[in-house]
Design a protein around this ligand. Structure first.
Ligand SMILES: Nc1ncnc2c1ncn2[C@@H]1O[C@H](COP(=O)(O)OP(=O)(O)OP(=O)(O)O)[C@@H](O)[C@H]1O
Ligand SMILES: [Mg+2]
Length: 339
């Protein structure tokens, strides 16, 4: 990992975390000397006090960059120019460990955000099924719940009784988490970062960014269930995702709602997953009306609701048509990475 920081508090803190994890860090005090290492490092941590100088050096945009500092204004100002996740001090210190684990990166699989074009259209089901099929095809996949009012993805995957930490505990964790895998529930090969049931939990951007950064390094597919509540975590999820999928119902109202969602979130690079049913509109018509390309379609299958109630993962059992559709979505998502 690469640390860009002059001597001082941030440098000491990050180096302590690096040592605690038995990692190696290359330290650059002068942002003007970044050139080669900027690209090759697994993770780059930039002290906020030199963020302006790093931006002035204009290194190419890359994933896995994190800004660390205690000045919230400075962090906010330089996060976008550097495409960096933000770790505020002192609160975010616990997340340093998760971020640094990225230095051990084996994968850097696609991060896919799934958003419903209208309520109840099956976005969470698509998200869970993508992760489930991804875990079978790829080496490992992760599913992250970003919807505070979605009832928790645990129920959808039947993970209620599987031990492990959920968001509130993960966010509140103090100390360095290091390799988070040992804390997270795994269901059907899917590493699950779920909301807990109970009071709605206000997930903030920084832990989400850190979590996604860490998950990317151990999984070849990371799926984010964005939900429909909006908020800063939802926007951050969309920003972090290399692929944005909008599940749209192939109906007049479905299209109208999806158009609003696309406009509201400014989803210029999103792709559509069209939920089809009897009497559906043509997919080409839906694509044209929403103004986004189609990644694929999923059929309506009534058995999905029963499966969800029973906590049986969506891509298993008799729902073969649905399963096939999700298979081909995963194929297309992963194919782009191999190019
Ligand atoms: N392709 C499908 N065919 C039939 N039923 C489906 C399909 N996809 C999802 N469902 C069912 O529709 C209901 C809502 O699904 P889901 O929670 O995935 O939707 P959502 O878009 O995430 O909803 P929300 O807007 O609440 O986030 C569930 O009962 C689910 O089992
Ligand atoms: Mg949902």
């Amino acid at each position: 990992m690469l640390l860009v920081a002059p001597s001082g508090e941030v440098r000491d803190l990050v180096l302590a975390a690096v040592t605690a994890q038995d990692l190696q860090a290359e330290v650059v005090a002068e942002p003007e000397r970044l050139a080669g290492v900027w690209r090759s490092a697994g993770t780059v941590v930039v002290a906020a006090e030199v963020a302006r100088r790093v931006a002035d050096a204009a290194p190419p945009a890359r994933p896995g960059v994190f800004l660390v500092g205690s000045d919230a204004v400075q962090l906010a100002a330089w996060s976008a120019p550097l495409s960096a996740g933000v770790i505020p001090l002192p609160d975010g210190a616990a997340w340093l460990g998760a971020v640094l684990a990225d230095g051990r990166s084996r994968f850097s699989g696609p991060v896919v955000a799934v958003l419903g074009g209208s309520g109840g259209v099956g976005a969470s089901t698509v998200a869970a099924a993508l992760a489930q099929v991804g875990a079978e095809r790829a080496e490992a996949s992760a599913l992250v719940d970003v919807d505070p009012l979605g009832g928790g993805l645990d129920l959808l995957l039947g993970a209620e009784r599987v031990g492990g930490w959920r968001w509130p505990r993960l966010e509140a964790a103090d100390g360095r988490l290091g390799d988070l895998r040992s804390y997270l529930p795994v269901v059907e090969g899917v590493t699950l970062v779920s909301m807990a049931r109970g009071p709605a939990f206000d997930l903030s951007r920084e832990p989400l960014a850190a979590m996604v950064g860490a998950l990317r390094s151990w999984h070849s597919l990371v799926v984010l269930d964005v939900g429909r509540c909006g908020g800063s975590a939802a926007r951050e999820a969309l920003r972090l995702a290399g692929r944005q999928l909008v599940v749209v119902s192939a109906s007049v109202r479905g299209v109208a709602a999806a158009r609003q969602v696309v406009a509201e979130y400014e989803l210029e690079r999103a792709e559509l997953v069209i939920r089809r049913g009897r009497g559906s509109l043509d997919s080409s018509l839906v694509a044209e009306a929403v103004g986004l390309p189609v990644l694929g379609e999923v059929p309506t299958d009534r058995r999905l609701a029963d499966a969800a109630e029973a906590g049986e993962p969506p891509a298993r059992g008799v729902r073969r048509g649905y399963r096939r559709a999700v298979d081909s979505l995963v194929q297309r998502l992963l194919a782009a990475v191999d190019d």
